[in-house]
Design a protein. Structure first.
Length: 142
């Protein structure tokens, strides 16, 4: 390897290290604590803003029911800014993972839908991750 090739390798290595460091820093700043409203029957504004709302919609001809998850309840919509956003939404049926959507700040906000075969399903649990305020969940019985 000549000097020029060696410099290219060093440059590429430095770029990869910088990209890796940025990704690690971003990951370290994600709040992954499991959060719960203090009083489920009377949620505060911040709790309403983070709790996923699960809406069961129509069943299609193949037997899949559309389940929509919106983050925020009572007309309160969670923001989506570069520093504060819903980064994922997941759905489980009776504890089994149905799907998980990852979301980017600004360009998307906390809404996801899944088409699910609900035959014999007893409970659906939606989880939503806010990068600042942790992971919030809502469970509904069917
Ligand atoms: Fe938040």
């Amino acid at each position: 390897m000549n000097r020029r090739e060696a410099l290219k390798v060093v440059g590429v290595t430095a770029i990869l290290a910088a990209v890796g460091a940025e990704a690690k820093m971003k990951e370290e700043h994600m709040n992954r604590l499991e959060m719960k409203p203090k009083n489920q029957a009377k949620m505060e504004k911040g709790e309403l803003k983070h709790s996923p709302q699960v809406t069961i919609k129509d069943k299609d001809a193949k037997g899949y029911t559309l389940v929509e998850i919106t983050v925020g309840q009572g007309g309160i919509v969670h923001p989506s800014t570069p520093d504060h956003w819903i980064d994922f939404i997941s759905l489980t049926a009776d504890g089994k993972l149905i799907g998980k959507s990852t979301l980017e700040p600004e360009i998307s906000r906390g809404i996801a839908s899944f088409a699910v075969k609900l035959d014999n399903v007893k409970t659906l649990t939606a989880k939503a991750g806010c990068n600042l305020h942790g992971i919030w969940s809502t469970t509904v019985s069917i």
